[in-house]
Design a protein around this ligand. Structure first.
Ligand code: NAD
Length: 360
């Protein structure tokens, strides 16, 4: 675990105090160290079921003892004026419950992706945000990452001509673990598996590159027999989506294939290759356009994505600016995931309404 060697700077008067709920890998090793880079954000409280972690992490981040909460005494946070917002970094199956709890105690919520395991849960989370009159943002960090932002701009400028084909591969090989040992293999906490976790990035990219909603989805999902890793979730999911413009997307995701993290877009006059496309660092991007030399594009350091995501949420809270990745975006994606599984289960095409719900 990456704990800071020196305590964080003192927060500015207008800084938003966050309570971090869930001190797992992503919180400890990626997001918590990045709060230092976001001038109006600071870690005001931590919430964990592990007293040892509460102590060591609390000490390293200068979180006072009375701002270190267990899951059981979370409701006490209602009276804690140091906490403005709650950042939910728990397994996905717990997002809805903890988002609702956070709104019930009057805090804003930044919730990790995927938003939840069902569209019904997402709708409840949005309704809770509206009732509480507090902000809800889904932590889709690629919307703040320079390569992905440039890719969106290039597609908006039709740099490849009309877009025809999107392909994405989000894959890695899960070690020899069981659902009891790793929540990502546990259906109640992870849903169907790789699609919600890693494959969601390809799904998102297909939509933010085409700037369209798919009208048709066909998918298949595979779960091997006699593999202790895949007793509850799928090993691979393959999805074909067609958009009203005629563009098609082929999305592959797997927990049982050698690592890949690729997004590939091809229009009538060029192609864009992002490999790796959506990680924490090391992005590469190549643009090939008819009649021009191929170009490697280096729009900026991917590392800024974490802090810019915090800056964006804080601006929504303090300045009432619009949220690029609101609960509605999370809901849209979960609807599409439901449509993908519906197609995989029935072996049929699933036609969609413009809001991503399935046509009956
Ligand atoms: P993790 O397993 O490392 O951490 C999960 C934390 O939740 C642990 O501290 C664990 O103790 C706690 N927890 C509380 N109740 C639990 C329960 N019933 N079962 C299991 N754990 C429980 O997972 P992670 O990789 O940190 O993922 C946490 C969330 O962050 C997930 O929603 C995941 O999708 C998301 N995530 C996002 C990114 C990103 O790039 N945006 C990357 C990784 C993870």
């Amino acid at each position: 675990m990456a704990l800071p060697k020196t305590p964080p700077r003192a927060p500015r008067a207008d800084s938003v105090g966050f309570a971090i709920v869930g001190l797992g890998d992503y919180a400890l090793n990626q997001m918590m160290p990045r709060f230092e880079q976001s001038p109006r954000s600071h870690i005001a409280a931590i919430v964990s079921g592990n007293p040892g972690k509460l102590r060591s992490v609390g000490e390293a981040y200068g979180v006072p003892e009375d701002a270190r909460y267990s899951y059981d005494d979370f409701d006490r946070i209602a009276k804690d004026k140091r906490v403005d917002a709650v950042y939910i970094v728990l397994p996905t199956g717990l997002h809805a419950e903890w988002t609702e709890k956070a709104f019930a105690v009057g805090k804003h919520v930044l919730c990790e992706k995927p938003m939840a395991l069902s569209s019904a849960e997402c709708s409840r989370m949005i309704a809770a945000s509206e009732r509480a009159k507090r902000k809800l943002m889904i932590a889709y960090r690629c919307h703040f990452e320079p390569h992905n932002l440039l890719a969106m701009d290039l597609m908006a400028q039709k740099a490849l001509g009309p877009l025809r084909i999107i392909r994405s591969d989000q894959e890695y090989r899960m070690g020899p673990v069981t659902p009891a040992q790793n929540w990502r293999l546990n259906r109640a906490l992870a849903g169907g598996g790789p699609l919600e976790d890693f494959g969601l990035y390809g799904l998102q990219a297909a939509l933010y590159l085409t700037q369209e909603m798919p009208e048709l989805i066909t998918a298949s999902a595979f779960r091997p027999e006699n593999d202790a890793r895949f007793t509850e979730v799928f090993a691979h999911v393959g999805t074909h989506m067609r958009f009203p413009s005629g563009a098609v997307a082929q999305l592959s995701t797997s927990y049982d294939a050698a690592g890949a993290n690729i997004i590939y877009a091809r229009g009538t006059t060029g192609k864009l290759i992002m490999d790796p496309a959506i990680g924490y660092s090391g992005h590469k991007m190549r643009l090939e356009q008819a009649g021009q030399p191929d170009r490697d594009l280096t729009p900026g350091d991917p590392d800024v994505q974490f802090a810019r995501q915090l800056d964006h949420f804080v601006a929504a809270i303090r300045d009432n600016s619009p949220i690029k990745t609101p609960g509605e975006l999370g809901l849209r994606d979960v609807r599409l995931i439901e449509a993908i599984y519906a197609s995989a289960e029935t072996g049929r095409n699933v036609w969609l309404n413009p809001d991503g719900t399935m046509r009956t």
